[in-house]
Design a protein around this ligand. Structure first.
Ligand SMILES: Cc1cc2nc3c(=O)[nH]c(=O)nc-3n(C[C@H](O)[C@H](O)[C@H](O)COP(=O)(O)O)c2cc1C
Length: 357
């Protein structure tokens, strides 16, 4: 199945495994890439040197020339160094959680890197398209992690109509029906986060994956209690208590968690604050915002790496409520493509019916 996106990036299938902090490491990314999808490494939770090592590890795990990507934060203090790693190491795609500047886009494109920012609103898509982005991933509100308010079914056609670069649909996808539906809306592919988190190639601890599998659609919520931004995640006792706590107690808790986490992880305060800064938008941050933001990767790491669902948050799309298994990336991608083919055939037979009287 060839689309404008598969041609642009050189992947076999119009499927993207998105960059997810602490989740999208070399094992998941190489699993997705070997399955014919575009795997994207999440770099916001890595140091620059860890990023370089992760890129090399992916390369060692895939056949030469297999495309993959790196997700980074355009506003990170060391974004320029990260871009250098992407360019030096010949990474095919740069993906951004927030809109990159015109200059950054130009620099990457001059070096032959395909630039694919993620957006959650039409005007952001228009802006990055005007600045030269090669494609956009558009995430509807049902998607996991930091998310917007507008559902994929409304946002996607709005963005498709507004820009003339390939649009990849994200937020709520898990199967071949979804892929065909996205193509029908005019997208050039789908991007999935939660569905790839729930594969056997993902390094998330099994007990944590079991939480996701148990969740129903009603167990997934959007909260601003973690870092002040709308964040979609599994509803847990920790999330409920953060919501009950109010700002002052949330801050106190953030300090306690950060202190406890620092002791067990061996991270320095400077490193933790840098992680936090990398999670926030502007440069005009109060210390309380920095602290809360610094707490987000800490809380995510507690679950995704350390398996402490009592101490951490589990970012999740609504789609976790209808996911029930842990296929490998290869099984998942071939299943999605087989379902897409069946769906297209079923639609063709519908087309063959005589028109209604
Ligand atoms: C655990 C988790 C961590 C995430 N971390 C990031 C991140 O670091 N950068 C980013 O751009 N998006 C992040 N996201 C959002 C995903 O990349 C993706 O856009 C989203 O999961 C798509 O919706 P879906 O979960 O319904 O497939 C994260 C999502 C999840 C579930």
């Amino acid at each position: 199945m060839e689309t404008a996106f598969t041609e642009l990036v050189g992947v076999r299938y119009p499927i993207v495994q998105t960059g997810m902090g602490w989740v999208a490491g070399p094992r998941l990314v190489s699993g997705a890439a070997n399955a014919g999808a575009l795997g994207i490494l999440a770099s916001a939770t890595m140091t620059v040197e860890e990023l370089r090592a992760a890129v090399r590890e992916v390369r060692a795990r895939v056949p030469e020339g297999t495309p993959f990507g790196v997700n980074l934060r355009a506003d990170a203090g060391d974004a320029a160094e990260r871009v250098r790693v992407i360019v030096d190491e010949g990474v095919r795609v740069a993906s951004f959680a927030l809109a990159p500047s015109r200059e950054l886009i130009a620099r990457l494109k001059d070096a032959g890197v395909v630039v694919v920012p993620s957006v959650g609103a039409r005007r952001h898509a228009e802006k990055v398209a005007a600045w030269g982005a090669d494609a956009v991933i558009v995430q509807g509100g049902e998607g996991g992690g930091h998310t917007g308010e507008v559902a994929t079914t409304v946002l996607l056609p709005q963005v498709v109509d507004a820009v003339d670069i390939p649009v990849v649909a994200a937020g709520g996808f898990r199967d071949g029906r979804g892929l065909v539906a996205a193509l029908a809306y005019g997208a050039a592919g789908i991007a999935m986060g939660t569905r790839f988190l729930l594969t056997s190639d993902s390094t998330v601890p099994d007990a944590v994956k079991a939480h996701y599998l148990r969740a129903t659609v009603k167990d997934i919520t959007v909260t601003t209690a973690v870092d002040g931004l709308p964040h979609r995640m599994l509803r847990t006792e920790l999330v409920a208590s953060l919501e009950r706590a109010g700002r002052a107690r949330t801050l106190a808790r953030a300090v306690r968690h950060a202190a406890g986490f620092r002791r067990t992880s061996g991270l320095s305060w400077a490193q933790m604050v840098r992680d936090g800064l990398a999670m926030k938008h502007g440069k005009d941050l109060s210390w309380s915002q920095v602290l809360l933001a610094a707490n987000t990767p800490v809380l995510l790491k507690a679950s995704m790496v350390q398996g402490r669902t009592d101490l951490g948050v589990m970012a999740s799309g609504q789609v976790a409520g209808v996911i029930e298994d842990l296929p490998s990336c290869a099984e998942l991608v071939s299943r999605v493509m087989a379902e897409a083919r069946q769906t297209l055939e079923a639609l063709q037979s519908l087309h063959a019916l005589p028109p209604p009287e």
